[in-house]
Design a protein around this ligand. Structure first.
Ligand code: GLA
Length: 728
């Protein structure tokens, strides 16, 4: 049993293969957190501190016992207004305007299988893979109920948490803040690893000490954002990529979020993951509820790579859905960096011909094919194929492309509208906009109110009528701005950001149900909505609008901590690179893009015969190793923000095959030799380097490393295949 309950002490224990999570309902009915970490045995209530602490009050039912204070005790779901002055998981305003909610234990329920969440993405698992614990807490005065949900995937070392807040009282309450997970640590110093960035430079790693005070990251942009990713790690001071203890908290949500880490007056650490507080005031009438998106928790004592391994598996096996998750993905040629808006039917057919000639599977017709769309100032919302510009119908185009031997993919941006569009002229009231004000423009586009069903319905119909017109195998779903004007004509303003996200998810769910054969790739100006929520609908996401191989190494490094290569869209683009002007060899660009779902983003018409031949070879190589890249164990071999080289490898589950990639980042005269140490191999096995035929013991490759040759070139790269052989 992964979930155990001891009625005498009212202790709940969640047990996974390597971890233990324990909590207790105390004498007053508060749900206290006892422990989360490496698997241990016994009751851990002895850990709790009871001392009279000045200015830390006690609930009235503790009577004269001044040693009992929620300000000191670790809790599962701390609430503002009951004497805990630290960050709270829930802030509730009642009909009298009081910000208070006193949650006490009511009952629990255990079930086989993993709970699901209405209208939200969540980890899924079969009945024999998971168990669910639901603990119900209630406020006796306002009758607000909180159902805490715990999903335990024992074999995967995963614990998920969500909360459902229901108003059982007769008067309206407003949820002002809601989190799904709180982790309280009684002792220890922790570092916080978070991933910050900007458009075209996402997910840089930051490691900071969690000091006294409160540190927070999050998004108020309506998307999970380029700026902060909704997944963080809390690590012990000495934890490295290879060793040490660390906790992961990954939010399965694509909208506004908030993560807070706090060290309190007694050196205790609290970490909270949930919805952002800004522009969120969720009113609940009698019997209404809000479901707080799920946080996926995990503890590893094997460093960050141990944590990554668990999250990669969890995302691949328990979050991503659809027929493409475990199958080969099409190698594609995307028209964006090849031609930008300058496309017509002939350009697409020419690119399709090139794609076929280059041994690729698909042409993706990116932006520029619909409505009036010569640049990014107009046309969004008019999802009609522009036959005049394109010189054919969509059906004719897809037929021609298919006849050339490749599949056809299309770009859409359903959530957006241009002011210069028929849709906006017909429905100017369909955009998010504060009354009496002009909406904030971003890329000259406005945001459709996807919290409204009528808006979604019309866009859905338009998208479906488009997808029904030809043989479309792939859709790139884009979202190219942050949301600013959080106001909907129909909905209470404080509900908009959350309901907008539910609307997007509803749309996506309907789309994948109706078109199970279509592969959908997520995108938001590259990686502005790269999160586990989107991955529930789109098994791959365009990682960044930055295709420069040197920058991509760092972006993909940061992305790799939580997200597996199977989810990371990575393409080879032209040199000099369109974002940075850097000139990196096609060889190196190919190796870097092979750390994700592979493709090209350039005009093959501008390539030499030699380069085309190299691309054919790259495509062949990717096909040969794509199963390993998609499903193998991923190891970071260096930190490209610090080290003079970037290196990573994929190892098959049986450790028979490994694909190792290395890019030298710094080139100096007469430089030192770099010895790259491999990981994840069988130390006693002998491996052969496919190209050189040289044989090495796994232990030698991992402990002594491989010397990298000296070459006079910028960003030289190597990709090596090692296979297990019988003798040296
Ligand atoms: C975004 C995407 C790009 C491209 C453009 C088209 O920026 O990330 O890949 O599709 O939109 O406008």
């Amino acid at each position: 049993m992964a979930i155990q309950y001891q009625p005498e002490k009212r202790i709940f224990t969640l047990i996974t293969k390597h971890t233990t999570y324990q909590m207790q309902v105390d004498a007053f009915g508060f749900l206290l957190h006892l422990y989360y970490g490496k698997r241990i045995a016994g009751d851990l209530d002895y850990l709790l501190p009871y001392y009279d602490r000045g200015f830390s009050g006690s609930p009235s039912d503790a009577e004269n016992n001044r040693t009992y204070s929620l300000d000191v005790l670790p809790q599962e779901y701390p609430v503002l207004g009951v004497g805990d002055y630290r960050n709270s998981a829930l802030i509730l305003r009642d009909a009298d305007g009081c910000e208070c909610c006193d949650l006490r234990y009511v009952r629990y329920e255990m079930k086989k299988g993993k709970y699901g969440l209405t209208a939200l993405p969540a980890v899924f698992a079969s009945d024999h893979e998971a168990e669910t614990l639901e603990i119900v807490l209630e406020d006796a005065v306002n009758k607000v109920q909180v159902r805490l949900l715990y999903g335990v995937l024992a074999k995967e070392d995963i614990i998920t948490r969500s909360a459902v807040i229901i108003n059982k009282g007769s008067r309206e309450v407003v949820v002002e803040k809601a989190a799904s997970a709180c982790l309280d640590f009684l002792s220890g110093d922790y570092d916080l690893i978070s991933f910050y960035g900007r458009h075209t430079m996402e997910r840089n790693l930051q490691r900071t000490q969690i000091a006294h005070g409160s540190f927070s990251i999050g998004s108020r942009r309506g998307t999970s954002s380029h700026q902060y990713n909704p997944a963080v790690i809390l690590a012990k001071k000495d934890t490295t990529d290879e060793t040490g203890g660390c906790y992961g908290m990954m939010f399965v949500y694509s909208g506004n979020f908030s993560f807070e880490a706090e060290k309190d007056q007694f050196g205790q650490t609290r970490a909270i993951m949930g919805l952002a507080r800004e522009q969120f005031h969720y009113p609940l009438k009698k019997n209404e509820k809000i479901v707080v998106p799920e946080t996926v928790l995990c503890y590893s004592d094997k460093g960050f790579s141990g944590l990554s391994k668990i999250y990669h598996r969890c995302i691949r096996e328990h979050i991503c859905r659809g027929k493409y998750v475990k199958t080969k993905r099409p190698l594609l040629l995307n028209s964006w960096e090849a031609a930008y808006f300058n496309i017509d039917g002939d350009t697409i057919c020419r690119l399709a011909k090139d794609a076929a000639d280059l041994n690729l599977d698909m042409i993706v017709m990116d932006d520029g094919w619909f409505g009036k769309r010569e640049d990014d100032n107009s046309g969004l919302g008019d999802w009609h194929f522009n036959e005049q510009k394109m010189g054919c119908t969509l059906q004719e185009l897809t037929d021609k492309v298919n006849k050339l031997g490749v599949k056809f993919g299309i770009w859409i941006e359903p959530e957006m509208v241009s002011e210069d569009s028929d849709l906006y002229r017909e429905h100017p009231d369909w955009v998010l906009c504060f009354p009496g004000r002009k909406a904030v423009r971003c890329r000259n586009q406005l945001v459709l109110d996807f919290s409204r069903e009528d808006v979604r319905k019309l866009i859905f119909e338009r998208i479906c009528s488009l997808l029904d017109q030809g043989n479309i195998a792939y859709v790139k779903w884009d979202m190219n701005r942050s949301i600013a004007d959080v106001y909907s004509g129909e909905n209470a303003p404080g509900k908009v950001t959350y309901d907008y996200m539910l609307g997007v998810y509803d749309f996506l769910e309907k789309l994948i149900k109706r078109y199970p054969e279509i592969l959908i790739e997520g995108c938001s100006g590259g990686g502005g909505r790269f999160d586990a929520g989107m991955l529930y609908y789109t098994p791959q996401i365009w990682c960044s609008d930055n295709t420069d191989a040197a920058d991509r190494l760092r972006i993909q490094y940061g992305t790799s901590f939580f997200y597996p290569a199977s989810t990371i869209g990575a393409h080879v683009s032209a040199a000099p690179n369109h974002q940075t002007g850097r000139n990196i060899s096609l060889h190196t660009r190919g190796i870097v893009a092979m750390a994700g779902t592979f493709g090209y983003e350039l005009d093959p018409g501008l390539l030499s015969e030699e380069e085309k031949e190299e691309i054919r070879e790259q495509a062949g190589r990717y096909r040969q190793y794509e199963d390993l890249i998609r499903e193998g164990m991923y190891y970071r071999l260096s930190d490209p923000f610090e080290a003079p080289y970037a290196a990573w490898m994929f190892v098959s589950e049986d450790r028979d095959t490994a694909l190792c990639s290395i890019v030298i980042l710094e080139n100096h005269s007469n430089p030192p030799i770099h010895y790259v140490k491999l990981r994840g191999l069988d130390k006693d096995a002998v491996y052969e380097d496919k190209e050189s035929g040289k044989r090495y013991y796994g232990s030698a490759l991992m402990e002594a490393g491989l010397p990298m040759p000296l070459v006079k070139e910028d960003y030289p790269a190597w990709q090596m295949i090692f296979t297990r052989v019988t003798g040296i």
